[in-house]
Ligand binder design. Structure first.
Ligand code: AMP
Ligand code: GLY
Length: 423
């Protein structure tokens, strides 16, 4: 079959590597892709939000299955458009992707169905939000309702910061219409765990757990980023916690979406916090995490196409998801200055070191092929991933592999997976 992947980051490269392993796949396409994906797929320079062009391309190439990676096109309804044109697509339709697309929707859903999450209020005007803050417990979390490139969540340690956050989001419209509403939420503490799952509208099967490192600097300092590294599995996501989440969070979420007339087919990513009062949902995403996919997918034993087709056809209950009994660590190599201001166009060397090594992956994120070779083309450049028998070995392997790659301005965190030392 012919498969099209929509997206061009490290997540889509990891999806492409998994898809390329499937014996069902004859030909792989990707829009827009990147220099790494181009080694596996025929890429076309079409942006993920150019729906008409994506659909036209899919029809032209007679695509049998389209896989949509990023949040924006999912929330915007690309799956609906592909389906309307008769193309099978993996990912939630717009009605279901609202689970990620609107934080007020997801919070109200959790409240209605008793799914554990932080206490919150939703406001659609700044005056009410500011008035509410006067009596709110500090620290407090202010979130833009809509998609904001992962930057719409502000943890506020003073009342002044919180008031500023409301002003920036609602009055200055820092995140555009994503800030038409805000969610003001109780601040929680605890370890964070990412759990990704496949859903077919009624059945949910969870994948192995992972943990992201969102801050730019070592020791969780500096600004929030798209993610500087991940490890999988999380030793803190124990069998007991898993059982609790299955009963009170995972299955109830899928059932709630079905009851609301928004059956969810695709990936639900549960961002969880393990608090003293038990696991609570921080957020839902309607897609694979980036860079969670880079540590979860290399450990998956199943044929990903088989699983995705089962999701589309409502037959997921027949699938047994299986993961290797090992571990993976991904260290993101970024351009110095990310996530604020950074250069592009630096030549990257050392890719040949990854050739023919089964347990090492060099996932491309912000890269581009040019006459000079492959150059940096974004803040997060590569996700260096390694497997190992356990987390410590995977971490040592991943850091060793970061030395194989070089480019001017190469920056990384040195403590990815350090938390596992406390497990
Ligand atoms: P989100 O995009 O909602 O996952 O938020 C981004 C990050 O902000 C999360 O990964 C947490 O580290 C943090 N965060 C979000 N909500 C809360 C909360 N209620 N309490 C504490 N931290 C939070
Ligand atoms: N790594 C977090 C995310 O993909 O949203």
């Amino acid at each position: 079959m012919k498969v099209l992947i929509v997206g061009g980051g490290g997540r889509e490269h990891a999806i492409a590597v998994s898809v390329a392993k499937s014996p069902k796949v004859d030909k792989l396409y990707c829009v827009p892709g990147n220099a790494g994906i181009a080694e596996l797929a025929e890429c076309a320079d079409i942006k993920v939000m150019e729906f008409e062009n994506v659909v036209r391309f899919a029809k032209e190439k007679q695509i049998d299955l389209a896989i949509v990676g990023p949040d924006d096109p999912l929330v915007g309804g690309l799956v609906d458009e592909l389906n309307a044109a008769g193309i099978r697509a993996f990912g939630p339709n717009a009605a279901a992707a609202v689970l990620e697309g609107s934080k007020s929707f997801s919070k109200d859903l959790m409240k209605k169905y008793n799914i554990p999450t932080a206490a919150y209020e939703v406001f659609d005007n700044a005056a009410d939000a500011l008035k509410y803050l006067d009596n709110a417990k500090i620290p407090v979390v202010v979130k833009a309702d809509g998609l904001a490139l992962g930057k719409g969540v502000l943890i506020c340690n003073t009342l002044k910061e919180a008031r500023n956050a409301v002003k920036e989001i609602m009055l200055d419209k820092k995140f555009g219409t994503a800030g038409n509403k805000v969610v003001i939420e109780e601040f929680m503490t605890g370890r964070e765990v990412s759990v990704l799952s496949f859903c077919d509208g009624k059945t949910i099967k969870i994948m192995t757990s992972a943990q992201d490192h969102k801050r730019a600097g070592d020791g969780d300092t500096g600004l929030n980023t798209g993610g500087m590294g991940t490890f999988s599995p999380s030793p803190f996501f124990t069998k007991k916690i898993e059982d609790y989440c299955k009963k009170y969070i995972f299955k109830p979420t899928v059932d709630a979406m079905a009851k609301e007339g928004r059956p969810f087919k695709g990936i639900i990513f549960f961002g969880l916090m393990l608090t003293e009062d038990g696991p609570k949902v921080l957020e839902y995403n309607a897609r694979f995490g980036d860079p969670e996919a880079q540590v979860v997918l290399p450990r998956m034993k199943n044929d990903i196409i088989e699983v995705m087709e089962a999701c589309i056809d409502g037959k997921l209950s027949k699938i047994k998801l299986e993961f290797e009994d090992n571990a993976a660590v991904c260290v993101v190599l970024a351009e110095n200055g990310y996530p604020v201001k950074y250069a592009k166009g630096h030549v990257i060397t050392g890719f040949e070191n990854f050739a023919r090594k089964r347990n090492y992956f060099c996932f491309h994120a912000g890269t581009k092929k040019t006459g000079k070779g492959v150059v940096t083309n974004g803040g997060r450049v590569l996700g260096i991933t390694a497997l190992g028998a356990d987390l410590k070995k995977a971490r040592a392997n991943a850091y060793k592999a970061t030395e194989w790659i070089d480019f001017e301005g190469k920056y990384m965190r040195h403590d990815i997976g350090k938390a596992i030392d406390e497990a």
